[in-house]
Design a protein around this ligand. Structure first.
Ligand SMILES: [Zn+2]
Length: 130
């Protein structure tokens, strides 16, 4: 699959805005690779036990990941929203069911108990973590 330069540029603009809004909302931004790469292209964010990492390098793989105080990832809203991130703690990343208890799946994924029962045998086969 190819991604047009315009599409990558638009996505990077969105990611920069996401990071800027997070910082405005009290997240602390630090360089992911201090001394090696600019904070503008690889940045870590933290707030109240939460963490995030954004890669914004003009590359189709650019993205932002966010994890809660329990170290499990949450679905990342298109536009930064502290409230939506909080809701992510009780939202399944697979079936998107809301207001449900969530548990770890795979390395740091988050899902509801019903999805875990279905997904664990597929994702956590013998040797999955090696
Ligand atoms: Zn689910």
């Amino acid at each position: 699959m190819t991604t047009s330069p315009e599409r990558v540029e638009a996505e990077d603009l969105r990611l920069r805005e996401w990071v800027r809004d997070a910082v405005s909302d009290g997240w602390l931004a630090t360089a992911t690779y201090p001394g090696h790469e600019s904070i503008t292209t690889a940045v870590r964010l933290s707030k109240e036990g939460w963490g995030a990492q954004a890669i914004i390098r003009g590359n189709p793989a650019d993205s932002i990941s966010v994890w809660g105080p329990d170290r499990l990832t949450v679905l990342v809203p298109i536009k930064y929203s502290w409230e939506t991130l909080q809701e992510g703690l009780t939202t399944c990343q697979f079936c998107h069911k809301r207001n449900t208890p969530t548990v770890r799946i795979s390395f740091a994924g988050r899902c509801c108990t019903e999805c875990r029962a279905i997904l664990a045998p597929k994702l956590e086969y013998p040797g999955w973590a090696s």
